[in-house]
Structures are given as structure tokens and as C-alpha cells.
Ligand binder design. Structure first.
Ligand code: FAD
Length: 278
């Protein structure tokens, strides 16, 4: 089985200690030769400087760095300035998102949906950036229907996105079906599965409820049964996520994108089991 390219996602650390830990994690992950490292962007620009700092570090280390850019609460002027900075730094890839309105933020700003951001990036910078957008195999929680969500996804691709990274999921069939159905709608861009290793069950369960990702009942029940036994949760998680990745690779996934939560161990364990070596 040939192994597809991989990439890793981080969030911008909040403290100098967090930044140090992330540099150490990145060094270990870099040994697996990922295609790129990406860094998230707090909606409304709340992490703009920290995202930029993290991207500068990744870029300076000689890796391909992909900043996320979310448009909700943003202005054309502000986003244009950020695009200029990234372009001048030599950044070639951007993950373009709508984001979610932070509570307390009054105005949605000048962009309503990610397709508008993709069009804006293309209008401002031509073909300079490889643009990634988000895809939802189990559908976005605010979507009116599965079909509308897929049509909205297609709208982002038609606006000029090159490829997509999915929300995480633990049911491979949802991914394969999403790929098949969007192909029928005429989408040809690669759709890369987003992989969430399991480190802490309670945190994952909370997050999954808000972002609309399903943890299948058999997985929930098993992990709930382990209670505070973190080691058993992690051992189970490693097995389940490795098997998921095996199915995705066998089914032709074009790459794997790991949500690392700034930790290296879980992703490295899974990738080693799949046959990726430093
Ligand atoms: P959109 O594609 O705009 O879709 C949002 C909703 O609106 C969907 O329900 C869609 O069906 C609907 N819709 C889309 N276009 C239209 C239209 N033209 N008319 C009517 N309805 C429409 N969030 C962050 O804040 N920062 C990050 O760095 C970040 N990184 C992410 C990375 C990945 C790979 C993924 C999968 C998600 C990420 N998110 C991030 C979360 C994301 O911002 C949220 O899921 C957000 O709610 C939707 O963003 P989107 O870009 O998918 O939005």
C-alpha cells in the first residue's frame, strides 16, 4: 500500500512555554516529512498576531507553512493587508474559512461565507496561493440540508479553491459518500480527510457536539467505560484511528491531515503504525 502525503495542524500557542513545546513537537513531526504545517486563526482575528508569529517560525525552519484565515468579523482592508504580508513572506498556501462569530462580537463584518473569501483572495492575489477550504462529510451543523451543504461546498471550489480538508470524523463511509456525491456534482478537487487522534475523551466529546462531528456510539460507550483511565482511552483511540486511516488510504484518500492539538505523540504513533517512518 503506498502511503499518501501527510500534513499537520497546530493552533497558535498562548504562552512562551506553549511556543517552546510546540517547537519541540514540530521538530519530531517534521521528521515524518509532511507536505506542510498549518496554523489556525481565531475568528474575528483574535489570534492574528500569534498565527502570524507561528507561521513565521514554521517558514523560517524551512517547512511549507499554511496559515488559516477566517473571514467572519473581518474587513476587506484587514484581510488584504494580511494576504500581502503572507505573499511577501513567500507563503504559498492558505486555508480559507468563514469561522464562527465569537460571542460578544456585534457585526459579522464584510464577508458572510467562505466562498466570498476565496473569491476575494483570487481577486487580490491571482493564482499565487494554493487555497484549501473546509469540507464536512457529516455536514456542517448550520446547513439546511445535506444537499445544500454540498452545493455550498461546490460554490467554494468554483470560487477558486484548489483542494479541501475535512472536519474530522470516525466513520469512513461518511467520507467516501461525501466524496462520491460531490464528484457527481462536478467537484474534482482533492478532498483530504482531517484526522483527529484521540487524547482525552471528555474534551473530544464536548468539541464534537459543537462542531457536528459524530463519535459513533460503540466508540463513545467503550471510552466512557474507561472512565479516568486515560491510558486505556488512548490505546483504544490509537487502534480505532489507525484502522480509520487504513480504510481511508485503501479507499484512495489523496492525503491525510492531522489535527495535532499541538501534541506530537498521538499522531506519530498512528503514522508509525501505518508505516510512515522518520
Ligand atoms: P462556509 O463554507 O461559509 O459554510 C458555513 C455554513 O454556511 C455551512 O452550513 C454552509 O452550508 C452554509 N453556506 C456556505 N455558503 C453559503 C452561501 N453562499 N449561502 C448560504 N449558505 C451558505 N475556524 C476558525 O475560526 N479558525 C480556523 O483556523 C479554522 N480552521 C478550520 C480548518 C478545517 C479543516 C475545518 C474543517 C474547520 C476549521 N474551522 C476553523 C471551523 C470553521 O470556521 C467552522 O466550521 C465554520 O462554522 C464554517 O466555516 P466554513 O469555512 O466551512 O464556512
Amino acid at each position: 500500500m503506498s502511503l499518501p502525503p501527510i500534513s499537520f495542524e497546530f493552533f497558535p500557542p498562548q504562552t512562551p512555554e506553549g511556543a517552546e513545546k510546540l517547537t519541540a513537537a514540530r521538530k519530531r513531526l517534521a521528521a515524518l516529512k509532511p507536505e506542510f504545517f498549518s496554523c489556525t486563526f481565531g475568528a474575528g482575528g483574535s489570534t492574528q498576531d500569534r498565527t502570524l508569529d507561528t507561521i513565521k517560525l514554521i517558514h523560517a525552519e524551512g517547512h511549507q507553512a499554511a496559515p488559516h484565515l477566517s473571514c467572519v468579523g473581518g474587513t476587506r482592508e484587514n484581510i488584504s493587508a494580511l494576504l500581502k504580508t503572507y505573499k511577501e513572506m513567500g507563503i504559498k498556501r492558505i486555508v480559507a474559512l468563514r469561522g464562527d462569530m465569537p460571542s460578544g462580537m456585534a457585526s459579522i463584518g464584510e464577508f458572510h461565507y467562505a466562498n466570498e473569501l476565496v473569491s476575494f483572495i483570487r481577486a487580490q492575489t491571482g493564482e499565487h496561493f494554493h487555497i484549501e477550504v473546509a469540507a464536512y462529510p457529516e455536514f456542517h451543523p448550520q446547513a439546511n440540508s445535506a444537499r445544500e451543504d454540498m452545493l455550498n461546498f461546490k460554490r467554494k471550489i468554483n470560487a477558486g479553491a484548489n483542494s479541501a480538508i475535512t472536519q474530522y470524523f470516525y466513520n469512513a463511509d461518511a467520507y467516501f459518500r461525501f466524496v462520491d456525491e460531490t464528484r457527481k456534482l462536478g467537484v474534482t478537487a482533492p478532498i483530504v480527510p482531517g484526522i483527529m487522534p484521540i487524547v482525552r475523551y471528555s474534551q473530544l466529546a464536548r468539541f464534537s457536539d459543537t462542531c457536528g462531528a459524530e463519535i459513533p456510539r460503540w466508540m463513545r460507550k467503550t471510552m466512557e467505560g474507561y472512565g479516568d483511565d486515560v491510558e486505556s482511552v488512548q490505546a483504544f483511540g490509537r487502534d480505532a484511528v489507525t484502522q480509520l486511516c487504513e480504510k481511508l488510504i485503501a479507499g484512495g484518500a489523496p492525503a491525510l491531515h492531522f489535527y495535532t492539538l499541538n501534541q506530537a505523540n498521538a499522531s506519530i504513533d498512528i503514522l508509525n503504525r501505518l508505516g510512515y517512518r522518520a
